[in-house]
Ligand binder design. Structure first.
Ligand code: CMP
Length: 139
């Protein structure tokens, strides 16, 4: 059965001009783009989006980073797209994400408080539904 996932090209990816390259990889893999929107997130949206990280030391720097510039919010669709996009993205830490992945090919450690790793992808059917509802309430 077909699934949808929320993908974010984070502000580092947009600033570095990699939004097109990242979308290209999603499309080349065979997934369908359902919605694509460039926007700057606010505290309310990010607080809800990152609710599971409440209490973590990196939450405040993470929210500041995510507000530091526009984000490309994407809904992509296809069989097993949630798992498939996380495989495309690679590990959270771009230093160890394998070559061939978005983070492994395009990311690195910049020595900052928060790991800047170019993309977000929903991690389960439940979080995908919740996150798509937050970013694209009309879908
Ligand atoms: P992501 O997995 O998309 O969502 C949570 C984000 O928090 C993660 O990407 C990183 O950008 C950041 N992050 C997660 N763990 C750490 C950590 N230990 N230190 C700094 N940043 C982190």
């Amino acid at each position: 059965q077909t699934e949808r996932t929320l993908i974010l090209v984070k502000p580092d990816g947009v600033r570095r001009g990699l939004a097109g390259e990242i979308l290209r990889r999603v499309e080349a893999k065979g997934y369908t783009l359902v919605a694509v929107e460039l926007r700057t997130a606010d505290d309310a949206l990010l607080g809800a989006h990152y609710a599971e990280h409440e209490g973590k030391p990196f939450l405040a720097p993470l929210v500041d980073f995510m507000k530091s510039g526009p984000v490309l919010a994407v809904v992509a669709e296809g069989q097993r797209v949630i798992e498939g996009f996380r495989t495309l993205a690679g590990a959270t830490d771009p230093t160890v994400a394998p070559p061939g992945t978005i983070r492994g090919d395009l990311g690195r450690d910049w020595g900052l408080k928060v790991i800047q790793n170019l993309v977000h992808g929903s991690d389960s059917v439940e979080s995908a539904q919740r996150e798509i509802g937050l970013w694209f309430p009309s879908l």
